[in-house]
Every structure is written in C-alpha cells, then in structure tokens.
Design a protein around this ligand. Structure first.
Ligand code: ADP
Ligand code: MG
Length: 350
C-alpha cells in the first residue's frame, strides 16, 4: 500500500473563497483516514486534491509514496472514488458498470468477467451481475459503486460521504461491512464524512477539520477522550464542561470537588471536561468530599440507558448517562463522581 503526503496544500477558488489554509497531512500506507468536520470545512476539496480533480495553490505538493503527483490528472493517479450519489450508469447492468473502466483500459473480456465475479463476491452481490442498476436498492447501488471503484485495483480509495443517502439502519450495516472490507484489502483509504459515529467506526485515524484547517489528528479514542481544543470537544459527542479552581490535587467548585487529571496546572482557574457516560450518579447519602452535589432536574429512561440532568451551579447542567439500573426522581438532591482518568482540563473560555 502507498503512503500519501500533502505538504502546504492551500486552495483558493476563482471566486475568492479560501477553502483551505496551507495543509500538511501524512497518510500511512494501508490506513483508513477519515476527514471529519461540519459542512463547508474543506473535506471534499482536500479529497479532490488527493484525487487530482483539484490542484493546490502555488507551493502545495501532493506525494504518493516518493512520487510527486501534484499536477497529475485523476486518470494518471491510480485512485478509485466513491460518492454519495453513486454516480453509476443507470442504463447499464451491474456487471457493465463494474467492468466499464477495465473495458476502457482494454483489459481482455475473460479477465474482466473474472474480476467482476470476484468483486461482486467481495461486496456480497453474487449473482446480480446482469441486474440493471436502477432496479437495485440504495445499499446495493452503493456496493456496486464500491466494486467499480476497486475494479481498477487503485493505489488509493477515496470515499466522499458514501453512506449519506442511505437510511439510518442500512447505514450502520453497510458501515460495518465497509470496515471489514477496508481492513481486509489493506488499501490506503481516505473517507470523508460529517458524521462522527461513522468516523469513529471506520477511521484508523481521524482528522477533524474546521474552516479550512486541521483542528486535531488522532485515533478515534484520542479524539473522543482527549479533544485538543473546544471545537473538537463540542463537535464530537456530548461533553460536560464545568469551571473551577485548581486546589491541591482537586478541582474546587462551589458544589464540591472533582479529581484532577494528570495534565492539570496547579493554582489556576480551569475547566473540566468529561463525557456523560463517565459520570457516576450516587445517592446523596453516599456523597463524600470527592463528589459534586446538585439537584436532579430531569430523568429520561432510554431503554438501554438512563439519562440524568443535574444542576450543579455551572453554566449548563451536567449530563450523566448510565446503563446501570438505578432511579432517582427529578427534584431530588443527588451527587456525582467522575474518575480522574475521564477528565480533561482546559483553560477557561474567554
Ligand atoms: P465540505 O466537503 O467540508 O462540505 P468543501 O470542500 O466542499 O467542504 O468546501 C469548502 C469551501 O469551499 C466551502 O466554503 C465551499 O463553498 C467552497 N467551495 C468548494 N468548491 C468550490 C468551487 N468550485 N468554487 C468556489 N467555492 C467552492
Ligand atoms: Mg463535501
């Protein structure tokens, strides 16, 4: 598998839009790298630069391994692409769609047919070679698009929001298939999405982007548990956020204390961030000095878990989500505990 490097890749469009600030990015051979961020942050532009559908502004370079491909057009790069809207040829059969590129490249009919069979098997569409693509479901179409992208044995697979058009349940099923497939192929893949669940499920590493810049790069766990800044903390999942003062080895709040994570700086005002699923809700009678006390303002039973909203005198209520059985009524006094390892501290927001 090939590595990819973007070096100082900026992009401005003719209308003056600055889509990307100068961007440096290293993609390891065989990894699935996810570009994640809100609409308009520059994900597609980055992907199109890797594809050879856009070219970086003066000074930017794109390398595949040692090869400088900066100015190479898409057909010379050896990339396969999958889009949200499939972009299949509607009047052709499944097999013809998959074989199209091979035909253009004059690959012999026998080998074409063999490869089509192998690809259909890979995406679980055995026997559908002769079906017209307009007779397929959305999920099947997307798998044909994937097989077609893989047909030319690309060095790099590029996917731009490929699951967005599918309904939620199907999206999860295809996502798990895709995860297995990408791992078994070992191909270098770049996957664009605005959906954090998809990013977590598919990415070996995730690049969180914000307004044309990289906000953080890391494994799903690093991004989720150690967001590098406010933007990532707010964009990925639900996050509690409380202000306090560092006192000794605790963070002091008006309603109690929290432990300090290893990265805290003593004596300073600090903000503690922690996930709802890391909050332990305990009865007020069991509260000690290592708790925060508050008032339960809302309780939601969600089946697989229960969600508690607790007023602790911070700007926003603390959210706790637990799969443990236990119930308290809204209006009750309650206490919460958060383990030190689940806390991230940041300087308070200006
Ligand atoms: P994303 O894929 O993250 O939603 P894009 O990369 O498509 O974001 O777009 C980034 C920014 O560049 C947006 O402000 C978008 O409007 C702008 N943009 C994208 N393509 C063009 C283009 N061809 N001409 C002008 N502006 C563009
Ligand atoms: Mg896009």
């Amino acid at each position: 598998a090939v590595s990819i490097r973007l070096s100082q890749c900026a992009k401005s469009f003719a209308n003056g839009t600055r889509a990307l600030q100068p961007l440096d990015l290293q993609i390891h051979p065989g990894e699935t790298l996810v570009l994640l961020g809100p609409s308009g942050c520059g994900k597609t532009t980055t992907l199109r630069m890797i594809a050879g559908l856009e070219f970086p502004d003066e000074g930017g370079r794109v390398l595949f391994g040692e090869e400088d491909v900066t100015m190479l057009p898409i057909e010379k790069r050896g990339v396969g692409m999958v889009f949200q809207n499939y972009a299949l040829f509607p009047n052709m059969s499944v097999g013809e769609n998959i074989a199209y590129g091979m035909k253009i490249r004059k690959i012999a009919a026998g080998e074409r047919a063999e490869r089509v069979e192998r690809l259909l098997e890979m995406v679980h569409l055995q026997g559908l070679s002769h079906r017209r693509v307009d007779q397929l479901s959305g999920g099947q179409k997307q798998r044909v698009a994937l097989a077609r992208a893989l047909a030319m044995e690309p060095r790099v697979l590029l996917l731009d929001e490929p699951l967005t058009a599918l309904d939620a349940k199907l999206r999860e099923a295809v996502r798990s298939d895709l995860n297995k497939l990408l791992r078994s192929l070992g191909i270098t893949a770049i996957y664009v999405t605005h959906d954090q669940g998809e990013a977590m499920a598919l990415g070996d590493r995730i690049v969180v982007m914000e307004r044309g810049k990289i906000s953080q790069i890391g494994t799903p766990q690093e991004i989720y548990y150690h967001p590098a800044n406010d933007f990532v903390a707010e964009f990925i999942g639900a996050m509690n956020r409380v202000d306090g003062i560092v006192a000794g080895d605790r963070l002091q709040l008006p309603t109690g204390t929290l432990p300090l994570p290893p990265d805290a700086v003593a004596g300073q005002p600090a903000q503690a961030l922690f996930r709802p699923e890391d909050v332990e809700v305990i009865d007020i009678t069991e509260a000690d000095a290592h708790c925060l006390r508050g008032k339960l303002i809302n309780t939601f039973f969600l089946g697989d878990r229960t969600r508690f909203e607790i007023e602790i005198g911070a700007e926003r209520p603390v959210i706790a989500e637990t799969s443990r059985r236990g119930w308290w009524e809204a209006g009750q006094q309650i206490a919460i505990r958060v383990p030190a390892t689940a806390l991230v501290t940041m300087a308070p927001r200006a």
